[in-house]
Design a protein around this ligand. Structure first.
Ligand code: HEC
Ligand code: HEC
Ligand code: HEC
Ligand code: HEC
Ligand code: HEC
Ligand code: HEC
Ligand code: HEC
Ligand code: HEC
Length: 437
């Protein structure tokens, strides 16, 4: 009798281990991250030494962090703002086609802003005796290879500035996110997003490496993400929480002015307003983005975001991979997910989950779970991939009043199937949309 009991318990224990191994093995290394205690969003986690440090620039880091420097310098972060006079080849726009009513010529443009999806141009125009810039009234759309009008004051700055590009300084609207140091010191220490934008001011650390700088991965998931969300999120000027637009007219900021890595982001920014079920000009009613620079707003609605997965679980903070051009396909997702596992997919094979052949594009995780819902400009193609990671059925796409093209199934099947057919396909596969439950 004893022996039988022993045997039964041995089988039971082995079963538990087998279950744990097959279901939890991949997510297990993240267990500590997902279950750790959170510091809350109020306290500052910035190392003490940094409170009195100043920004020194990335060149000072090469000597000791050559590898990180190399990885970062090949990414797009340092290329966000580039000096045209230093290197004319940074211009990707075709100035021979610039419309004649443009308020600038190539020789007037000091800096390029971006160049992957669109390129804008900064023109020198000082404000109250301090170095400042305004934006050219045309931007180059890299995706369509055309010039198109650009009126930044038309968006949320509508009531914050006169309706004139020459009266909207980049110091207020842009520079906090595109130059390093400007966010907290109102000084353009370095062009682009450099080391100290994520690690904080490092003057003390470069003299004495034992003097700490901020390293986001040592904080809990919510606070870890803040270092990316200072920029990768739609905001409103924090002062609008208790003041109206007219009291900050001409000074409204589109970035969390004063923030430094490790500080409590919520003390510096107000998140762009959104209520589930109500579309805005930035988001669809289910929270999916209509525009770029919305990864943070979307990710906070996602199951992965809520359960403690972070930007840097997927993106290398220095190379930034994966990007649309450089990614490891399904391997990225399969780092944590496995078929038949607790966290899903619940089916036992790729084909059983996707209902497409294993080598079909229809079996790529991002195609269904990161559909393209947003555009870089009103005239750009849909290219901004959603960071909500759920799945939006054709019926839900219609229910939320979203364009058909933003639906993952329709995006691939617009030639051979309509929304109703695709919804029926899903139902045949046993997947019901929420409004049918
Ligand atoms: C003189 C060499 C030296 C220079 C210059 C230097 N570092 Fe460091 N850094 C170190 C050493 C050594 C460590 C490891 C310290 C430790 O483990 O206690 C380190 C650690 C770090 C860390 C990990 C977090 C920490 O505080 O331990 C970060 C982030 C970092 N450095 C960023 C930078 C940045 C950004 C710059 C340029 C602004 C820079 N470092 C310049 C030597 C240097
Ligand atoms: C976009 C934000 C960002 C930028 C820009 C950035 N880092 Fe980091 N860095 C991070 C994060 C987040 C980590 C933590 C990564 C981890 O622990 O997995 C990190 C880790 C580090 C570390 C410690 C771990 C390691 O990889 O050795 C060093 C040192 C470092 N960074 C130096 C630099 C230097 C030097 C630069 C500029 C050349 C730079 N970083 C630019 C976000 C950034
Ligand atoms: C100071 C602002 C700022 C911070 C902080 C920041 N980013 Fe960025 N990020 C940008 C801007 C601006 C771009 C566009 C760069 C360009 O097109 O040249 C960008 C681009 C990217 C890209 C696309 C790269 C490509 O090749 O297309 C990724 C991915 C990314 N960031 C991830 C992160 C992550 C992860 C963090 C946090 C560890 C982070 N960023 C922190 C401003 C920032
Ligand atoms: C809160 C931070 C923030 C502010 C303020 C901001 N941006 Fe950006 N911008 C970003 C981030 C992050 C990205 C990259 C991520 C994305 O596009 O989804 C980006 C992308 C861009 C790009 C596309 C880059 C490329 O390579 O195609 C351009 C151009 C741009 N911004 C111009 C501007 C201008 C002009 C302003 C001011 C009117 C501005 N931005 C204000 C954070 C900001
Ligand atoms: C679960 C993994 C995952 C997480 C978490 C994640 N991303 Fe991404 N992200 C991706 C993948 C994959 C792509 C590229 C998809 C493609 O186009 O093939 C991407 C694309 C991007 C891009 C556009 C890159 C390009 O090529 O234009 C930006 C910017 C970005 N992510 C920022 C962020 C930020 C900021 C966070 C945190 C709020 C974040 N991501 C969290 C997987 C992730
Ligand atoms: C670092 C680990 C990690 C990576 C990498 C990762 N995931 Fe997840 N994912 C999780 C965890 C943890 C959950 C939450 C599971 C739960 O609580 O049920 C989750 C949940 C999900 C869900 C369910 C969401 C919902 O709303 O129900 C989807 C879909 C998903 N992930 C897709 C992806 C895709 C697509 C990728 C690759 C681009 C990816 N994941 C990469 C850890 C990860
Ligand atoms: C052809 C579209 C499609 C592809 C490709 C796809 N999924 Fe899914 N996925 C779905 C649908 C549909 C659901 C179910 C959504 C629901 O029931 O609300 C789902 C659900 C999930 C879930 C939630 C748990 C579950 O099983 O319901 C996870 C996790 C997940 N997928 C991960 C992945 C990963 C990882 C990949 C890539 C290996 C992937 N998916 C590829 C369509 C797809
Ligand atoms: C990234 C592109 C892509 C996405 C996303 C995608 N499919 Fe497909 N689908 C394909 C391709 C390519 C085929 C051709 C057969 C194959 O590769 O399996 C196909 C085949 C099919 C078939 C079989 C058609 C036939 O005539 O035999 C159905 C049904 C289908 N898809 C429905 C869907 C549904 C429903 C969704 C959304 C959950 C979806 N697909 C998402 C690309 C995609």
């Amino acid at each position: 009798m004893k022996k039988i009991l022993l045997l039964i318990s041995a089988i039971f224990i082995a079963g538990v281990f087998y279950f744990a191994y097959t279901n939890l093995s991949k997510i297990y290394p993240f267990y500590e991250q997902l279950t750790q205690e959170h510091a809350g969003t109020e306290v500052s986690l910035q190392p003490l030494a940094q409170e009195s440090a100043h920004f020194v620039g990335s060149k000072k880091c090469i000597e000791c962090h050559d590898d990180n420097y190399k990885e970062w310098s090949h990414s797009n972060h340092p290329k966000m703002i580039q000096d045209i006079k230093k290197n004319p080849s940074v211009v990707v726009a075709d100035f021979s086609k610039l419309p004649s009513d443009a308020n600038f010529l190539l020789k007037d443009a000091i800096y390029t802003v971006g160049g992957k999806f669109k390129q804008r141009f900064m023109l020198r125009k000082d404000l109250n005796g301090t170095e400042d810039y305004v934006l050219g009234n045309y931007q180059w759309n890299v995706q369509t290879q055309k010039w198109q009008g650009f009126k930044p004051w038309k968006y949320w700055y509508k009531n914050a500035y006169p309706h004139d590009n020459n009266a909207l300084p980049t110091s207020r609207a842009c520079d906090g996110c595109h130059f390093t140091g400007y966010m907290s010191t109102q000084t353009r220490v370095e062009t682009g997003i450099a080391c100290e934008a994520c690690h904080g001011p490092a003057s003390k650390h470069v003299k004495d490496p034992n003097s700490e700088v901020y390293q986001a991965s040592l904080s809990d998931p919510v606070r870890q993400n803040e270092v990316c969300l200072q920029c990768h999120m739609r905001n409103r000027d924090k002062r609008l929480e208790d003041q109206n637009m007219s009291s900050i007219y001409g000074d409204a900021r589109d970035y969390p002015m004063g923030y430094e890595p490790g500080k409590s982001l919520r003390h510096y920014k107000m998140v762009a307003p959104f209520e589930m079920g109500h579309a805005t000009h930035e988001f669809y009613a289910n929270g999916a983005a209509k525009k770029n620079r919305t990864q943070g707003n979307e990710f906070v609605h996602s199951m992965m975001g809520k359960h403690g997965i972070t930007c840097i679980n997927c993106h290398n903070p220095h190379t930034l991979e994966p990007t649309a051009q450089k990614n490891s396909g399904n391997a990225l997702c399969m780092k944590c997910h496995s078929f038949g596992s607790l966290i899903g997919p619940h089916q036992n094979s790729l084909e059983a989950h996707t209902h497409h052949k294993a080598d079909s594009k229809g079996s790529l995780c991002v195609e269904c779970h990161m559909p393209k819902t947003g555009r870089h400009t009103g005239k750009s193609p849909l290219t901004v991939r959603s960071h909500m990671f759920g799945f939006t059925t054709p019926a839900e796409t219609l229910k939320y009043g979203m364009p058909k093209e933003t639906n993952a199934c329709f995006a691939c099947h617009k030639k051979d199937r309509d929304m109703k057919t695709l919804q029926n396909d899903l139902e045949k596969w046993g997947i019901l949309s929420w409004n049918k439950l």
